[in-house]
Design a protein around this ligand. Structure first.
Ligand code: FA5
Length: 359
């Protein structure tokens, strides 16, 4: 019995070392001290011994049990420390690292430009208004001195909406077909119809034409200014456009007025700005032609003194009042800002975040 107890202690201490985690430690306890454990079965033989031996062996068995149980406790503490150490290693977090910021979006570059344009004209006293994007032919063309058969209409490459034609309008003929507004000038007569003079109106809106190439998209934006009062001069128009060009592009860029023809203004001009991609030369550094402007200048939009027929269509007496209007492309305008160097307008609406996040 003595030898068996010695042997048990030895093998128990070796087995204990082999326990590599809390679970195997629990198995160990069951294996030695469970109902059918090695120790339990051994001490079951004690009653078979003589009284003397039973006393001695009983004490020895108790001492061994206490020793092994102490060793179990120590091993348990070691394994727990080891486990916490592993958790700390595996799940370690550096609390001093900056947190993960949720992605914050920003306005599309066109919306940013619209805000900037609106703020410049607001400083000059223009008031922003919204007019329909789906419009009667009357406001888009007819009231702007462009009768149905006039070839100038072809330049607007219009999207027509397949709806029944409008009912006759009292005293003004028919409103005609329904179109997607090809230009913001369709707000001119609507603004005049409000019947409030003088007018300083700004209309910034989506416009649509059947066009798509490096400098045209089927949907684009225009901003339109309409100024009507008594004795308005071309000098006032030029002053407003110069103020805008200086505020938006800075002093370094050149603008030019080119005589042009619009049916709704007389005289009419087109406003050009020196191209930022090629520096106004029409040629790139490698000698090739500038893909965007081709000749150093890029057309921003049109302008002119309002035609008397348009004032009449809006119910305003052209003998008493006159005024000017201008309409520019928003995208073309900001593409010509210094450093933009966007050589294909269609990139703006491809929704490629790698492109859009740059602005
Ligand atoms: C007009 O639309 C006239 N309504 C402008 C106007 C208003 C003249 C008031 C006189 C008085 P135009 O067709 O040239 O004009 O277009 C004006 C500008 O819109 C162009 O110079 C260009 O900057 C922009 N634009 C025209 N079509 C497109 C297109 N498909 N994609 C992007 N920008 C365009």
């Amino acid at each position: 019995m003595k030898d068996k107890l010695k042997q048990l202690k030895k093998s128990a201490l070796v087995d204990l070392e082999k326990a590599k985690n809390i679970e195997s430690l629990q198995d160990f306890e069951v294996r030695y001290f469970g109902r059918k454990g090695i120790y339990t079965l051994l001490v079951k033989d004690l009653p078979k011994l003589s009284v003397e031996d039973r006393k001695e062996m009983g004490r020895a068995a108790n001492e061994i049990k206490t020793e092994i149980q102490e060793a179990i406790k120590t091993r348990q503490t070691e394994l727990q420390a080891e486990r916490l150490g592993n958790i700390a290693k595996e799940e370690w977090i550096d609390k001093t690292l900056p947190g993960l910021c949720p992605e914050v979006g920003h306005l599309h570059i066109t919306s940013q430009a619209i805000e900037e344009i609106a703020s410049i004209f607001t400083r000059l006293g223009f008031v922003r208004r919204k007019y329909p994007e789906i419009e009667w032919d009357w406001y888009a063309f007819e009231s702007l001195n462009m009768p149905a058969s006039h070839p100038a209409r072809d330049e607007w490459e219009t999207f027509f909406i397949d709806l029944p034609e409008g009912k006759p309008r009292q005293g003004r003929g028919e409103k005609g077909k329904i179109v997607l507004t090809p230009h913001t000038s369709s707000g001119q007569v609507r603004e005049m119809e409000r019947g409030k003079l003088p007018i300083r109106m700004m209309n910034i809106s989506k416009t649509y034409r059947r066009q798509s190439d490096v400098s045209h998209t089927p949907m684009f934006h225009q901003f339109e200014g309409l100024f009507i009062d008594e004795d308005v001069s071309i000098a006032s128009l030029k002053g407003v456009l110069d103020y805008f060009a200086r505020s938006f592009f800075g002093e370094g860029r050149r603008t030019r007025l080119r005589p042009f023809h619009f049916r709704f203004t007389e005289p009419s001009f087109e406003i050009d700005i020196s191209c930022d991609v090629c520096g106004g030369t029409g040629k790139l550094e490698d000698g090739s032609k500038c893909r965007l402007c081709k000749e150093g200048w890029l057309e921003l939009g049109g302008a002119g003194m309002i035609h008397p027929n348009v004032l009449k269509a809006g119910g305003i007496d052209p003998k008493k009042y006159n005024g000017f209007a201008f309409g520019w492309g928003v995208e073309r305008t900001f593409m010509m800002k210094e450093g933009m160097k966007i050589d294909d307008i269609r990139l703006l609406y491809k929704n490629d975040l790698r492109f859009l996040e740059q602005f």
